[in-house]
Design a protein around this ligand. Structure first.
Ligand code: ADP
Ligand code: MG
Length: 238
């Protein structure tokens, strides 16, 4: 299960309202992309869902239960950070095992989950290497592996590919889409890249200055953009 509902969620930093109250529904299994220009509040919105920022007002529900006051570790959501967040001195196996070790999971269960994650990400042959001995794409897969083993209700990605060169980015987009198909788990993915949004999303949320301009499938946004901003951003002819 991985249904996330935002009800009149607002975020202020001091006196500055970065996110005016907004409603949003993310359905179980959906691949949802938050897209918009730099500074429009994409990361803030994702961090509110993750519990890394407190809401100023409003409620966040996960699978029908109020999660607004829950700390990140209790939300059953896994934030995927960019690959540079890996521990360079640890093997791939230990990097992937880290969250399970912290949670005190027994070794047999850890090994099973590592094996499954490695299989899903084609990392089986690289488990004993260190991040420095991997390509950029492989490192990014390890970062995803570390999220998979927690068996989260949803994955949250914040511009996970922005460090990678253009060719690798295309490959990783396909890898993440493939993983979404395999796992059928909700994914919320932040990017400022329209192509990424249009090619990966089931549902796109277009943001401007903290306001949701439109929500819809890539085709809906392309065919019937609600305003000039959406049309311009999505690259629609209208
Ligand atoms: P995006 O991810 O779309 O680039 P952010 O969510 O990072 O945008 O930022 C949205 C706005 O909130 C920006 O104006 C940014 O400067 C501001 N902001 C983000 N985090 C903080 C913070 N911790 N304190 C104050 N302002 C912040
Ligand atoms: Mg951001």
């Amino acid at each position: 299960m991985g249904r996330i509902e935002l009800k009149q969620v607002q975020k202020k930093f001091g006196d500055v309202e970065v996110i005016p109250p907004l409603d949003l529904e993310i359905n179980d299994g959906e691949f949802v992309v938050f897209v918009g220009p730099s500074g429009c509040g994409k990361s803030t919105l994702l961090r509110l869902i993750a519990g890394l920022e407190d809401t100023t007002a409003g409620n966040i529900e996960i699978d029908g239960a109020d999660a607004t006051a829950l700390p990140p570790a209790k939300r059953r959501l896994a934030m995927v950070f960019q690959s540079y967040a890996l521990y360079p001195h640890m093997s791939v196996r230990k990097n992937i095992a880290f969250p399970m070790k912290m949670a005190g999971m027994d070794q047999a269960e850890q090994d099973k989950r590592i094996e499954n994650a490695a299989k899903a990400l084609n990392l089986t042959d690289y488990l004993d290497r260190r991040p420095g001995q991997l390509s950029g794409g492989q490192r990014q897969r390890v970062a995803i592996g570390r999220a998979i083993v927690r068996e989260p209700a949803a994955f949250l990605f914040d511009e996970p590919l922005s460090n990678l060169d253009a060719a690798l980015r295309v490959g990783m987009r396909m890898e993440i889409s493939e993983l979404h198909k395999k796992l059928a788990t909700t994914m919320v993915y932040v990017t400022h890249d329209q192509v990424e949004a249009m090619t990966m999303a089931d549902k796109i949320v277009v943001l401007q200055a903290g306001v949701i301009e439109q929500v819809g499938s890539p085709l809906e946004l392309y065919r019937t953009p609600r305003n000039k901003f959406v049309a311009g951003f999505i690259g629609s002819p209208k």
